[in-house]
Design a protein around this ligand. Structure first.
Ligand SMILES: [Zn+2]
Length: 74
């Protein structure tokens, strides 16, 4: 799966690969780091991991989508 690579590298490479995917900006309060998480294959969730402690995070995309573009994960 590409999950791990996506989040280990917040480089231009991974951004190009994921150009078509929507993402959310997440502030991981556990490690005080900012990262992006992307939609999964089904398009029903945003999924990602804290780049530092690798804690997983998923946010369900509702019928109307996610309005907020930025979240804080506690
Ligand atoms: Zn963390």
């Amino acid at each position: 799966m590409l999950e791990r690579n996506d989040l280990d590298k917040t480089s231009d490479n991974s951004l190009k690969k994921l150009k078509k995917r929507k993402f959310l900006g997440i502030f991981f309060a556990c490690c005080s780091v900012y990262a992006r998480i992307y939609t999964n294959d089904s398009g029903k969730f945003y999924e990602g991991r804290c780049p530092t402690c690798l804690r997983s995070l998923s946010i369900r995309i509702g019928r109307n989508g996610v309005k907020d573009r930025f979240f804080v994960s506690y």
